[in-house]
Design a protein around this ligand. Structure first.
Ligand SMILES: Cc1cc2nc3c(=O)[nH]c(=O)nc-3n(C[C@H](O)[C@H](O)[C@H](O)COP(=O)(O)OP(=O)(O)OC[C@H]3O[C@@H](n4cnc5c(N)ncnc54)[C@H](O)[C@@H]3O)c2cc1C
Length: 284
């Protein structure tokens, strides 16, 4: 039999530590769509029923989202940062959101994965387990390129971790697609903004997806926003450098179009954060 549905994390890790190494499958929404992955040619390890990987927890200011959490559960958790719940709500149709998981989204490492920019802007880390132990890596160091990650062959992504934004912080996610309704992003952007009481930007984290081989933290944009008052922040953004992007070229958009959309998406996400802050909307 070339298929094992793991009942515990320990069983999954034991199988990943043995040969021949299985391929991990969770919601199968990316795996199923890959014509090269003929089911009978590979060993499969199904982790979709591992309750330990389906928890969304918070404690000591930290959030842990289990790798097998689906997008519907994430979108429906009101205390999670708005950027993450908004990104979750944009993934595919409801069927895809019920089936697809955050771990699968990260490990598939598509340049247009909706979850990655939101998590990058939250400075998320990934937790990786194997029989050798557990290690943590910044998400930015985990996704190496289109379809490439730092996951070792015997490792399982078990959770995504990040600090819960402060009460006065604001976050937002904007997705630009070529049509209304469920559609893959051309470009997406996530912003995590910390404003002081007088409306000055104290800290900003900005990430853009779909405009490079991997989603990118926009350090020059973040620097341009620092210490700006809200109204000035939008103006500063219009002049900020987007040179950190190396836009991809495919059927969904040319590099020039993607570069244009990146600025628009960041501008809109920033504006959402500022508006939420002005209206005293709750976290984050
Ligand atoms: C019709 C359709 C629409 C879609 N729309 C969107 C969209 O709008 N936005 C978007 O971002 N994505 C979209 N997707 C892609 C996909 O649904 C998401 O990326 C989803 O989150 C993948 O999760 P999964 O559990 O189904 O992954 P799977 O297909 O099970 O796995 C994907 C990859 O990750 C690996 N993997 C999975 N879990 C782990 C783990 N815990 N540890 C290590 N490796 C792991 C697998 O081995 C595989 O290589 C769409 C897909 C389809 C088919």
């Amino acid at each position: 039999m070339n298929y094992l549905r793991a009942r515990t994390v320990e069983e999954a890790l034991a199988r990943l530590g043995a040969h021949p190494r299985p391929r991990i499958v969770c919601g199968a929404t990316d795996v199923f769509a890959d014509a090269t992955l003929v089911p009978s040619r590979f060993e499969w390890l199904d982790i979709s029923r591992l309750d330990a990987l389906r928890r969304i927890e918070r404690g000591d200011g930290m959030v842990s989202v289990g790798a097998a959490c689906n997008w519907e559960a994430i979108a429906g958790t009101p205390w999670l940062p708005a950027s993450l719940t908004q990104a979750a709500g944009y993934v595919g149709s409801r069927q895809i959101r019920i089936q697809g998981t955050v771990g699968g989204n990260i490990c598939h490492a598509s340049p247009v994965a909706d979850g990655v920019p939101a998590l990058l802007s939250l400075d998320a880390q990934v937790e990786l387990a194997s029989l050798r132990g557990v290690r943590r890596l910044p998400l930015a160091d985990f996704v190496l390129g289109s379809g490439r990650t730092a996951l070792h062959a015997d490792e399982l992504l078990t959770a995504v971790l990040f600090a819960l934004p402060r009460t006065q912080d604001r976050t937002a996610f904007v997705k630009c697609s070529n049509r209304d309704g469920p559609a893959i992003a051309v470009v997406s952007a996530a912003v995590h903004l910390r404003l002081c009481a007088r409306g000055t930007v104290r800290a900003a984290a900005v990430a853009v997806g779909g405009a490079s081989e991997v989603a990118v933290r926009m350090r020059a944009v973040e620097a341009a926003l620092l210490e700006r008052r809200c109204g000035d922040a939008i103006d500063a953004l219009a002049l900020a450098s987007f040179d950190e992007l190396a836009p991809i070229d495919d059927c969904r958009g040319t590099p020039a179009h993607r570069l244009h959309l990146a600025r628009v998406a960041v501008m809109r996400a920033l504006a959402h954060c500022i508006e939420d802050s002005a209206h005293g909307a709750s976290i984050a």
